[in-house]
Design a protein. Structure first.
Length: 255
C-alpha cells in the first residue's frame, strides 16, 4: 500500500529534533511520497536540503504563502519566479488568500495569488491553494483565471458541499486531512457525495493533527488516521482509498 501525503511541511523547525525518525515512522506506515509546499524565501534552502536527503520520496513546490505576503511581497514573488526557472518543482504552492490572521494585505494577497497562478500556467504546473476565511476572495481570483491551464489542489478543504463543487469546477482536487476527523469538522457529513476521484490525502504537518492527536504536533505517519476516516466515510477498504488517492496525486503532479 503506497500512501501519498500531498501537503506536509517536513522542513519545519518543529521537526528539527527528530526529523529522520519522523520520516522513518511515516515510511514504515506506508507513506512513500511527500509533497512539500513552500512558505517564503527563508525556507528555500531547508527545502532543498530535505529533497537532497530523500530524493526518491520528497517532491518540492515553490510559492509564496498568503500569510507571508507583506510589504516585500514583490521581492518574494521575484524569488519564486526565478526558482521556477532554475530547477524542477512539482507545483506552485502554497498560494491563495488568508483573512484569518490579518486582512491588511488582502489586495496584495489576491495580486500575488493571480501572479503565481499565471506562473504555474507558464510552467504547466498545478497550483496548491491555501484558503482560510476567504472562499469568496479565492473564488474571485479563480474565476478570473479559469481556463484549460488551471488545475491543482484545494489544500485543507474545509468548506461546504456547494463550495466543494465550485472548487471542483476550477479543475481542483480537494486536499483532505485531519479536519475530516474532527467532531466539528463538518466535511465528513457530505464528503461521500464527492466522487473519490476528486480527493487527495494530506496532513499539513506539523499543523492540524487528526483525532486522537488533535492539538499535538502533526506528522506524516498520522495520515493513517485520515485514511481510516475516509474508509469509514466511503465504506471502502483503506488500501483502495490509498490506491485511488495516490493515482489522483499522480494525475495532478505528473509523477
Amino acid at each position: 500500500m503506497i500512501i501519498t501525503d500531498t501537503h506536509t511541511h517536513l522542513y519545519s523547525e518543529a521537526f528539527d529534533e527528530d526529523r529522520s525518525e519522523m520520516m522513518q515512522r511515516a515510511m514504515d506506515a506506508g507513506v512513500q511520497r511527500f509533497f512539500i509546499p513552500a512558505i517564503d524565501s527563508t525556507y528555500t534552502q531547508s527545502m532543498l536540503d530535505l529533497e537532497a536527503s530523500y530524493p526518491d520520496h520528497v517532491f518540492l513546490m515553490m510559492g509564496l504563502h498568503p500569510t507571508h505576503v507583506k510589504e516585500n511581497y514583490k521581492e518574494e514573488l521575484a524569488h519564486v519566479e526565478e526558482w521556477l526557472t532554475k530547477k524542477k518543482f512539482y507545483a506552485v504552492g502554497e498560494i491563495g488568500v488568508d483573512l484569518y490572521w490579518d486582512k491588511t494585505f488582502l489586495k496584495e494577497q489576491q495580486e500575488a495569488f493571480a501572479f503565481q497562478i499565471q506562473l504555474a500556467k507558464k510552467h504547466q504546473l498545478p497550483i496548491v491553494i491555501h484558503c482560510r476565511d476567504a472562499f469568496d476572495e479565492v473564488f474571485e481570483v479563480l474565476e478570473q483565471e479559469k481556463d484549460e491551464g488551471l488545475f491543482g489542489i484545494f489544500h485543507c478543504f474545509t468548506g461546504t458541499l456547494e463550495q466543494a463543487h465550485q472548487a471542483l469546477s476550477y479543475n481542483m482536487k480537494l486536499g483532505i486531512g485531519g479536519v475530516a476527523t474532527f467532531k466539528n469538522g463538518k466535511i465528513d457529513q457530505f464528503l461521500n457525495q464527492i466522487d473519490l476521484k476528486h480527493i487527495v490525502l494530506e496532513t499539513d504537518a506539523p499543523y492540524l493533527a487528526p483525532a486522537p492527536y488533535r492539538g499535538k504536533r502533526n506528522e506524516s505517519s498520522y495520515i493513517i488516521k485520515v485514511l481510516e476516516k475516509l474508509s469509514s466515510i466511503y465504506s471502502m477498504p483503506e488500501e483502495e482509498i490509498a490506491e485511488i488517492t495516490t493515482e489522483n496525486s499522480k494525475e495532478i503532479f505528473g509523477i
